[in-house]
Design a protein around this ligand. Sequence first.
Ligand code: MLT
Length: 207
Amino acid sequence: MKNSDLGFIHNFIPSQNDDGRILLLLHGTGGNEDDLLTIAQMIDERATILAPRGKVLENGMPRYFRRLAEGVFDLEDLKFRTSELADFIINASKKYSFDIHSVVAVGYSNGANIAASLLLTRPESMKRAILFRVMIPQTPDKLPDLSEKKVFISGGKFDSQIPQKKTIELRGVLEKAGAVVKMNWEESDHALVRDDIVKARSWLGTS
Ligand code: MLT
């Protein structure tokens, strides 16, 4: 079901045989709200889907926040967009009557980066997160309490866009804030491989 209210073009696809889980799909640069549907199906075919399209355009390519160069983020815009997206998730939970505590973010690249930003500054917007090819997007002034959160991070060992040390830094900050983090590395670059998805599915099934 495609919709353009609540401030974001988005898909909301209710589960046919509800397992109570809501997958919040956050695409990479140049993607849209349809991009991760197949991957979501592979991760949990029974979940309800909420998938907003990023509102910032970079040469016509949707993103969730502005960047000044590759890997250099516009922090003011990141903060504003993070808050705007958190409000969207909360408003969507009211409109579509789902429990915000059932939200599992599934983000890839730019989408994973804003999911990490949500965790660090608006953690009430999700319960769990699956972050593919992610880096630390910002360092919050005050660490949130993430003791109720579980996070799966999957990086590519040969990713030229996401420096490994920035992924490891994110893991450290999340753990310091109390989150339980499972870290996985694939023998791959920025693109996802089948094992990213298989391992995310298995992690979600047991967390
Ligand atoms: C970002 O801009 O969020 C990251 O560099 C990843 C990407 O290219 O989207």
